[in-house]
Write a protein that binds this ligand. Structure first.
Ligand code: KMH
Ligand code: ZN
Length: 310
């Protein structure tokens, strides 16, 4: 596998798993998402992975109109790479989910590499009252969610987005998803170097531990050789420990309130920037350097921040 010199920090600012009840720090209005994304970039994130939410209720949204208010502000204030989620709201069709990435022709977007029962229903037990009506059913109902990313869906997303020259963050939630990715790469759907996000600790996917990370990486080495770059996101309490391990193994890291609401076990994070600053400090103290946005662009062969549509 190609040597990765500097560490790229991605910050996933809000996502579609956590809900406003779970933390006052979770940004969901346009203003909050813009402010926290800009602050995360200032703290050292070179890539911002972005979902949108309804400005009033915080419900996950794939409506491009819910992206544009914060995308323009982020672009004015920061040079960070914008990565638009195509995971969106987990129950929607792939065509709806890719609309924002297509509309705004971002430098990067996510590409989920397999179907799974992506579930976070155990979180519902922690709350007796909820800020908004939609939250309880949304969280409880996730035990019945099929997060659908069939080969046909992946092909449709890749071919629809191909003219936009968007680099994908390939979300692989289990070892089998790496084989799905290999199949799609061989079919000509993606261009090397591919960027793999090893997603660990989501219920429905692989657990977040070091043995599993070593196995994921060995498998990726075997399948992709020098043609890939990689990063790790781990959900919940495993976020910072697994990011630390990944950076020591030569990988990149993803943090952010999409993946964990906490800064240490049992203590909610104040902001996305607090998590970025923490992982940055760890990476630097352990002897690595953090990549700037332009260094991330070069490492991942991105089209450039001047070729987006926002
Ligand atoms: N929420 C993460 C576990 C996406 O946006 O496409 C996966 C994710 C999916 O970030
Ligand atoms: Zn996401």
């Amino acid at each position: 596998m190609a040597k990765q010199n500097k560490t790229i920090i991605t910050c996933a600012v809000t996502g579609a798993i956590h809900t406003p009840t779970m933390s006052d720090a979770l940004p969901y209005t346009y203003d909050q998402i813009a402010a926290q994304a800009i602050e995360a970039a200032e703290a050292g994130a070179s890539i911002l992975h972005l979902h949108a939410r309804d400005n009033e209720t915080g419900a996950p949204s794939v409506n491009p109109d819910d992206f544009s208010p914060f995308l323009s502000r982020i672009k004015q204030a920061s040079d960070a790479v914008v990565n638009i989620s195509t995971g969106g709201s987990l129950t929607l069709s792939i065509q709806d989910r890719i609309k924002p990435a297509r509309t705004f022709s971002a430098e990067m977007c996510s590409m989920n590499m397999g179907s799974m029962n992506f579930s976070f229903h155990p979180l519902a037990k922690r709350y007796d009252t909820w800020k908004f009506d939609w939250e309880k059913d949304y969280v409880e109902g996730s035990d019945g969610n099929i997060f659908r990313n069939t080969f046909r869906d992946i092909r449709e997303a890749a071919t629809t987005l191909a003219p936009e020259q968007i680099k994908f963050e390939h979300e692989c939630y289990d070892v089998g998803h790496l084989y799905n990715l290999k199949f799609c790469l061989d079919a000509g759907l993606f261009k090397a170097p591919i960027f793999i996000q090893f997603v660990m600790g989501i219920l429905g996917g692989i657990g977040a531990d070091i043995d599993n990370l070593v196995f994921m990486k060995k498998t990726a080495d075997k399948l992709f050789g020098d043609d890939y770059r990689w990063s790790v996101l781990a959900a919940g309490a495993a976020q910072i420990p697994m990011a630390t391990t990944a950076s020591q193994m030569g990988g990149h890291v993803r943090v952010g309130l999409e993946d964990s609401l906490f800064i240490t076990r049992g203590t909610l994070a104040d902001s996305n920037a607090q998590q970025v600053a923490k992982v940055r400090r760890i990476v630097e103290e352990l002897g690595s350097e953090v990549a700037t946005p332009d260094e991330a662009r070069e490492m991942l062969d991105l089209k450039g921040g001047d070729r987006v549509n926002f």
